[in-house]
Write a protein that binds this ligand. Sequence first.
Ligand SMILES: Nc1ncnc2c1ncn2[C@@H]1O[C@H](COP(=O)(O)OP(=O)(O)OP(=O)(O)O)[C@@H](O)[C@H]1O
Length: 313
Amino acid sequence: MSRPVSDLDQVLVIANPTAGSARAPLMNAVRDACAAHAETAVHITTARGDATESVQRALAERTPPSVVVVVGGDGTVREVVEGMAGTTTATLLVVPGGTGNSVYRMLWGDRPWAESVRAVFSGEAVRRRLDLARLTEIDATVCLGACSGVVAEALDFAKRTPLSGRARYKQAFADACAAHKPYPGRVTVDGKVLFEGDTVLANVGGGRYRGGQYLLLPLSELADGLLDVVVISGQVDPVRIPDLIRDGSHLGEPGVYYGRGSEIRVERTDGEPLVFEHDGELIADTAPSMTLRVAPGALPVWADPVVAAGPAW
Ligand SMILES: Nc1ncnc2c1ncn2[C@@H]1O[C@H](COP(=O)(O)OP(=O)(O)OP(=O)(O)O)[C@@H](O)[C@H]1O
């Protein structure tokens, strides 16, 4: 089953037609761009979870894909990543077809997707081994990041916001911040308490951006084998947060805490359920604590050499 990493002959495109911006013209254009270089199969997802199963099936075949292209947003990327767990033969290529598209931004910056696909096949792109995390309480893979408090609450507001693209998350996040009440929390990094007290959010990653536009973890590296965490405490007025995190200037504020480690636990200390999300999906029925353990270099991805600077493989 081993194949040279430079072998780009078989492509599987997985597209989620319900994601924010993955309409038929985009899916067809992606298929054509790949088919110009390699044998290309397309799978259009039919339900939640289908992306994971289709990737697992394809990777178990006698001639598995060497490139898995996902057309969707961060939720679809996460499902595909779950299906690629442990692969050594396929590399992920993300095409932004969702709403926030934070994973695409982490790997390619603001480059148009067609340029990114061209860069992969022309040898201008690089492969990276992206760090992932495991959310132990629900046994799920985390790709972009996970967050408690106001970021998780914003996902409910987004459902009711009649806008599209990143503007939708901008409005939803502002509304969630205006309505937010801090919760009593604790964040522990490799067994040491980083912060305990009134908490607005604790974001663990992963990706530097959330919602495609908020630079919550400006210091995060894609492949350093560690997770980053930022805690914004109740000392910061929640209505100031959208402006502060737009360019990462929250890091200089009193009441903001930043850490890095292999295992990060986010807790609510009054016994109430923690409001928590990962990869843009709210978790139902959470426990009072959530623990993320790093899976260093777990995912082979294609990326822009400058945006995703670091050692290639
Ligand atoms: N055919 C389908 N029908 C319904 N839901 C689907 C289907 N295929 C995938 N899904 C679900 O759609 C959800 C939303 O997709 P995704 O997160 O990619 O888009 P988005 O929310 O618009 O983008 P982003 O996460 O970047 O903001 C995913 O969590 C996935 O489980």
